[in-house]
Ligand binder design. Structure first.
Ligand SMILES: [Zn+2]
Length: 186
């Protein structure tokens, strides 16, 4: 069924919310904040942590809407090959390694925030099931996929967000204690 652009945008948003995709991308955002919060590049690292999904699933979502496809009729079989290629490029340890090698050979350093991308891939490997967008972490050398647990599994999502909240709570509690000590010593 062909849908209008505005309706398609709303439907796409609803699909991404109900399927847990938005929550998955938000979890990447928060985990990278937790991992890099003590560095000066936390903003860039957080961005590097969400871009792999924006440049694959995000582009596909836009394509789906622009072509007037209805998201409620979405199926894996509808996804064009170029989306899997984008998914491979953005979710591959091989590509990440190649980019690091090129940077090392040219500018002699690997920016710290780039490890935000690595964190995204490493988190995705065990949190994607084989039947729905498994993480192609060995692309283009191999199509092997780890039989992980799907991120939208309700129990997993609850455990994931509880772990995130515990880590964030600890970080902010430490900041409060640290600020308290600073004030006292003035
Ligand atoms: Zn991803």
């Amino acid at each position: 069924m062909v849908v209008t652009f505005q309706y398609g945008c709303i439907e796409m948003l609803l699909y991404n919310v109900s399927s847990g995709t938005i929550m998955d991308i938000f979890a990447h955002f928060l985990w990278n904040y937790i991992i890099f919060h003590r560095t000066k590049v936390v903003g860039k690292a957080v961005l590097a942590g969400v871009l792999p999904d924006v440049f694959s699933w995000g582009i596909y979502s836009g394509y789906h809407v622009l072509n007037g496809y209805a998201f409620r009729q979405f199926s894996i079989a509808l996804i064009p090959d170029w989306v899997f290629m984008l998914y491979g490029v953005t979710h591959s340890l091989v590509i990440f390694g190649a980019v690091c090698l090129i940077l090392w050979l040219t500018i002699k350093r690997i920016p710290l925030y780039l490890y935000g991308w690595l964190a995204h891939i490493l988190i995705d490997i065990p949190t994607h099931a084989k039947d729905f967008l498994p993480t192609p972490f060995l692309w283009p050398l191999s199509s092997f996929a780890f039989p992980g647990i799907r991120w939208s599994n309700q129990n997993f999502m609850i455990a994931n967000y509880v772990a995130i909240l515990l880590c964030l709570g600890y970080i902010f509690w430490k900041k409060l204690v640290h600020n308290g000590i600073k004030k006292k010593s003035k």
